[in-house]
Design a protein around this ligand. Structure first.
Ligand code: G6P
Length: 629
C-alpha cells in the first residue's frame, strides 16, 4: 500500500525570533484557514525569567507557557488575543483544528499542554496507538484533559524529559505510530522550537534572525520564500539564528534550502489552479485515510458502531441528497449483493414527505459530506420518529447529522472546499463498501474467502485511484474535443449506471452543459429520439458482466450518428472497436468499480468547465452546504 498520511486536516505553524509571536502566528493561521477547521489556538513562551540554578540543558533562563484557544474562527482567537495585553512573547506555536478525535471544543483545540505545564504541542495527523500510550501514562497518575489523540504526545514528552529536550522528543516520537507533523515548545528552553514529521506535511521557513515552521507554504509565504522540507523521521531544532535537522538516530544532517516563487493564492491550492483539481488529486490520500485505520489483519473493524446489531433489521433504507445520494445508489447495490437484505435508496427531499413504511426493524443510512443538509436532516428525523435506527456516514466531525444519528461513521476525507464534491463522494462509496462487507460478516452472508478478497480489494483502492489519475492525463484532450456539446448523455448498466448519475451531475454542475444519465437499456424507450449526428454519449463500460449489453447500446446510438466516449478497464481491447475515444481505469472488484470509474469523469467535467470559462470552485447558483429546503 502506498504511504500517504492523513495530511490535509489541520494546520500548524510556529515562530521564533525577535518580534512578537502572537500576531505572526495569527496571520499564519489565517493563511491556513482554507484547509478547513473548526477551532484554533496558539501558545507562546511568555517573558523569560532567570533560572538561578542553571539546570536547564544549558539555558540560563526559563519562561512560562501561555495558551489561547477558541472554538470557531481564527478571528475569535484574534479577539481573545486583543483582549490579553500580557500575552507577549517572541516564540510560539499555533494550530487550526479540523476535528477527528473528539468534537470541536476549546478543550480539544490545540495546543495541548503537559500536565506539569512544561511543554506545549501542536499536531497534524493521527496517533494510532494513542489509547495504549494514554492508558500507560494514566497508570503513572498523569491526568488527561482532552479527548484527543494529540495529548499523549505532550504528556509522554513531559514524562520522558530529564533535562534534554531533544533526547526526550526523540524517545517520544519513537513510540508513536500513525502520522504526525508536530511543533513543541518548552518553558525551560526559551526561543527554541522542536518540530518533527512522519507522513504529515511540515516545512521550515528560513528568515534573518527569525525562523518559522508550518504545514504548508501558505502560512510562510508573506514572511519568507526560503524553505527546508522536513522529511519523514526527521526532527528540527529551530532557534532564531539557526535550524538544525537530525535524522531518526539523532545525527545532524545537511538539508537543502529551497527557494519558492508561489504567490499566496497558488500556495493555498498547493500549486493547483482550483481546489477541485487539488481535491481530485487528493483522492488516493483521502481513501487511504478512510480505509486504512479500519482494517486490522484483513478484518474490517468499526469501533464507531460497536453495539449495532445487524440481525435486528429486515431492511435498509439509504437517503441523502446530490452526490451523496449517488453514493447511496452504489451502496444499495453493494449492501444488497453482499448482505442479502432488501435495500432502497431515495433522495431525502422525497423521503421526508412520503410517509415511508419503516419501523424498528429498519436501518436507515444517511449520507452527507457536510452533515448539515436540511433535507437530509429532516428525512432522518422522520425515520427516527418511525422507530428506525439511523447510521450516518458524514465527513464533518461534530456536524448536526453526526450528532443526531444513533451511530456515525466519519469518512475522514479532510475538508472539501470546491462546491462540486469529488473526494467526498469517493470516500463515501468506499465506506459504504466497507460497511457492506462488515455487515455481511456479521450476518454470515459472505464466505471467508469472499470477505478477505473484498477487504484486499478495498485496501488497494488508494493505489488504484492513483493509477486512474495517472492513466488519465489525456482527459484534457477529450475535453478540448467535446467541450462545446450543448447536450449529452451518460449511459451505463448496474454499477456503471450509478456512476453515470454522478458523472453527469459533475459535468452539469460545473460546466452548465445539459447532461442526462440513463440506464443504458432504457435509452431505447424514448430518449433515443434525441440522439442525432454529433451528439456525445459517454458510455460507462467497467461493469464487465454486462459489457456486451452496453456494447449493443453503444451500437444503437452510433447507428444514429452519436459520438461515443467510453470508460473501460485497462486490458479491454474490444472497446476500441466500438467507441470513438476511450478513457481507461485499472481493474477492481465489480462492486468497487464506482470509486475508480468516477475519476476520469471528474477530470472530464473539470476540463470541460475550464474550457468553457466557468467558475469551477464556485459554480453559479450552487452552495456547498444546502441548509435550506
Ligand atoms: C449540495 C452540493 C452537492 C452535495 C449535496 C449534498 O447540493 O452542491 O455537491 O452532493 O449538497 O451535500 P452533503 O453535504 O449532504 O453531502
Amino acid at each position: 500500500m502506498i504511504d500517504l498520511g492523513r495530511n490535509y486536516m489541520c494546520g500548524i505553524t510556529g515562530y521564533t525570533g525577535i518580534n512578537q509571536a502572537g500576531p505572526i502566528l495569527l496571520e499564519g493561521l489565517r493563511r491556513l484557514e482554507y484547509r478547513g477547521y473548526d477551532s484554533a489556538g496558539i501558545a507562546i513562551q511568555s517573558e523569560s525569567k532567570k533560572d538561578e540554578a542553571g539546570e536547564n540543558g544549558g539555558d540560563n533562563t526559563s519562561c512560562t507557557l501561555k495558551m489561547l484557544k477558541a472554538t470557531g474562527k481564527v478571528s475569535h482567537l484574534a479577539d481573545k488575543f486583543e483582549a490579553e495585553p500580557d500575552f507577549k512573547g517572541v516564540c510560539g506555536i499555533g494550530h487550526t483544528r479540523w476535528a477527528t478525535h473528539g468534537v470541536p471544543s476549546d478543550t480539544n483545540a490545540h495546543p495541548h499542554l503537559s500536565a506539569d505545564g512544561k511543554f506545549a504541542v501542536v499536531h497534524n495527523g493521527i496517533i494510532e496507538n494513542f489509547a495504549d500510550i494514554r492508558a500507560e501514562l494514566q497508570k503513572y497518575g498523569i491526568e488527561f484533559k482532552s479527548e484527543t489523540d494529540t495529548e499523549v504526545i505532550v504528556q509522554l514528552l513531559a514524562y520522558n524529559y530529564k533535562g534534554n529536550f531533544k533526547k526526550a522528543l526523540m524517545k517520544t516520537i519513537a513510540r508513536l505510530t500513525g502520522s504526525y507533523a508536530i511543533g513543541v515548545i518548552s518553558d525551560e528552553h526559551p526561543g527554541t522550537i522542536f518540530a518533527a514529521k512522519q507522513a504529515s506535511p511540515l516545512i521550515i521557513g528560513i528568515g534573518i534572525g527569525e525562523n518559522y515552521f508550518a504545514s504548508d507554504i501558505t502560512a510562510l509565504v508573506s514572511n519568507t520564500k526560503n524553505v527546508i522540507d522536513l522529511d519523514d523521521g526527521e526532527v528540527a531544532e529551530i532557534t532564531p539564528d539557526e535550524v538544525k535537522v537530525f535524522d531518526h538516530t539523532g545525527k545532524e544532517i545537511d538539508k537543502e534550502i529551497r527557494h519558492i516563487n508561489w504567490d499566496i493564492a497558488s500556495a493555498e491550492k498547493s500549486g493547483y489552479e482550483h481546489f477541485m483539481m487539488k481535491e481530485i488529486m487528493e483522492q488516493p490520500h483521502a481513501l487511504k485515510a478512510t480505509i486504512e485505520p479500519r482494517v486490522k489483519d484483513e478484518t474490517i473493524v468499526f469501533d464507531e458502531i460497536k453495539g449495532l446489531d445487524m440481525k435486528k433489521f429486515n431492511r435498509v433504507h439509504i437517503t441523502a441528497c446530490g452526490s451523496a445520494y449517488h453514493a447511496g445508489c452504489v451502496g444499495r447495490a453493494i449492501i444488497e449483493s453482499l448482505c442479502k437484505i432488501q435495500v432502497e435508496a431515495e433522495v431525502a427531499s422525497e423521503l421526508r414527505y412520503r410517509d415511508p413504511v419503516m419501523d424498528e426493524k429498519t436501518l436507515v443510512i444517511v449520507i452527507s459530506q457536510s452533515g448539515e443538509t436540511a433535507d437530509t436532516i429532516a428525512a432522518m428525523k422522520e425515520c427516527k420518529y418511525k422507530g428506525a435506527t439511523v447510521l450516518a456516514i458524514v465527513n464533518v466531525v461534530g456536524s448536526s447529522i453526526a450528532k443526531l444519528a444513533d451511530y456515525c461513521i466519519y469518512t475522514w476525507a479532510g475538508p472539501e472546499i470546491a462546491v462540486a464534491t469529488t473526494k467526498g463522494y469517493t470516500t463515501q462509496v468506499a465506506l459504504l463498501a466497507m460497511f457492506a462487507v462488515w455487515a455481511a460478516g456479521e450476518l454470515k452472508t459472505i464466505s471467508h474467502g469472499a470477505y478477505t478478497s473484498m477487504v484486499i480489494d478495498i485496501m488497494h483502492l488508494p493505489e488504484r485511484a492513483q493509477r486512474a489519475l495517472d492513466l488519465n492525463t489525456k482527459v484534457k484532450k477529450m475535453a478540448d474535443k467535446y467541450y462545446d456539446n450543448q447536450s449529452l448523455f451518460f449511459i451505463g448498466r448496474n454499477m456503471d449506471y450509478a456512476v453515470a448519475l454522478e458523472g453527469s451531475l459533475k459535468l452539469k454542475e460545473i460546466s452548465y452543459l445539459h447532461s442526462e444519465a440513463y440506464a443504458a437499456g432504457e435509452l431505447k424507450h424514448g430518449t433515443i429520439a434525441l440522439i442525432e449526428p454529433g451528439r456525445l454519449v459517454v458510455a460507462l463500460c467497467c461493469y464487465e458482466k454486462l459489457f456486451e449489453k452496453t456494447v449493443s447500446n453503444i451500437q444503437q446510438v452510433k447507428a444514429r450518428g452519436a459520438e461515443v466516449l467510453a470508460v473501460a478497464h485497462e486490458g479491454n481491447r474490444s472497446i476500441f472497436q466500438e467507441a470513438d475515444d476511450v478513457l481507461l481505469v485499472p481493474q477492481t472488484d465489480p462492486l468497487l468499480v464506482p470509486v475508480i470509474e468516477i475519476i476520469p469523469l471528474q477530470l472530464f467535467a473539470y476540463y470541460v468547465a475550464k474550457k468553457n470559462g466557468c467558475d469551477i470552485d464556485k459554480p453559479k447558483n450552487l452552495a456547498k452546504s444546502v441548509t435550506v429546503e
